[in-house]
Write a protein of this length. Structure first.
Length: 270
């Protein structure tokens, strides 16, 4: 069977209200929503609509969520693939996949292309890695640059890419007319964590003793993904104990479990 080339979502349901915190990033990326919704307003004054934006920030902070919300807000199709998918590709497949992706996105324009983990393909060229396969990665990167240069500013396809390593990217990617806008997506602060909790406790049956303010204070360094995971763990812990609602203690137990998991993960890395 033929492997799936990329994902596409024609009817995106995600909107900015699903993205808690990240007010600055949302404000910056609102521009792209506006471009997609009414390009003429911009081009009529002679302006060129940007082709790409790069979301930069640690894992799990909502980069994919934010990109998807742009598609949802603008009501346009969302095409996505992950740079790491290219790494194990057979020769020639990466470049042709990029070509297909851009072709499809242009046919469905206005649209969004989202490339997660762009550093996997977009690392500076000419610095060989130990695993080899560099030529294939370079071919894929070159194809990506070709596609971005190839479509005119009137195409109405905007490419959003995400990375947690902007420093390793090939400078060619950051040049004007490519990913010339960078938007920072940071770990949430105390207030933002409280907002993320509010999003993720929605489906959960809470006991009235749950203190979200306290939980937000107990979770410094947690990403949005960690908080989502925490809420789910708390519900599972409560269910295992046969409870009718999720109590404050279940959240605390889940914090311990997740902090333990994070510590283990860090030990493996270092
Ligand atoms: P990675 O770099 O690992 O791909 P990412 O920055 O793209 O991570 P997402 O995949 O968007 O992160 O986040 C994973 C999940 O974590 C989301 O689907 C959502 O459930 C939750 N999440 C992350 N950030 C937020 C946020 N700001 N508001 C609400 N939920 C969030």
């Amino acid at each position: 069977s033929k492997a799936k080339l990329f994902d596409q979502d024609q009817k995106v349901k995600t909107s900015f209200k699903d993205v808690a915190g990240l007010e600055g990033a949302k404000e910056e990326i609102q521009e792209i929503v506006d471009f997609l919704k009414s390009p003429d307003r911009y081009t009529s004054l002679g302006g060129k609509i940007p082709k790409g934006a790069l979301l930069v920030g640690p894992p799990g902070t909502g980069k994919t969520l934010l990109a998807k919300a742009v598609a949802g807000e603008a009501n346009v199709p969302f095409f996505s693939l992950s740079g790491s998918d290219f790494v194990e590709m057979f020769v020639g497949v990466g470049a042709s996949r990029v070509r297909d992706l851009f072709k499809q996105a242009q046919q469905k324009a206005p649209s969004i292309i989202f490339i997660d983990e762009i550093d996997a393909v977009g690392r500076a060229r000419g610095k060989s890695n130990m695993t080899g396969g560099n030529d294939e990665r370079e071919n894929t990167l070159n194809q990506l640059l070709t596609e971005m240069d190839g479509f005119g500013t009137d195409t109405n396809v905007i490419v959003i890419a995400a990375t947690n390593r902007a420093d390793v990217l090939d400078k060619a990617l950051l040049r004007a007319g490519r990913f010339d806008r960078q938007i920072y997506v940071d770990l949430p602060n105390l207030t933002e964590r409280a907002e993320i909790f509010k999003v993720h406790i929605k489906p959960i049956k809470l006991h009235k003793d749950v203190d979200l303010e306290f939980l937000s204070q107990q979770t410094p360094g947690f990403s949005g993904a960690d908080i989502a995971n925490l809420c789910n763990e708390a519900a599972l812990i409560a269910a295992r104990k046969g409870k009718k609602a999720v109590h404050h203690q279940d959240f605390l137990d889940a914090v311990d479990r997740i902090v333990g998991g994070l510590e283990k993960k860090n030990k493996i890395i270092t």
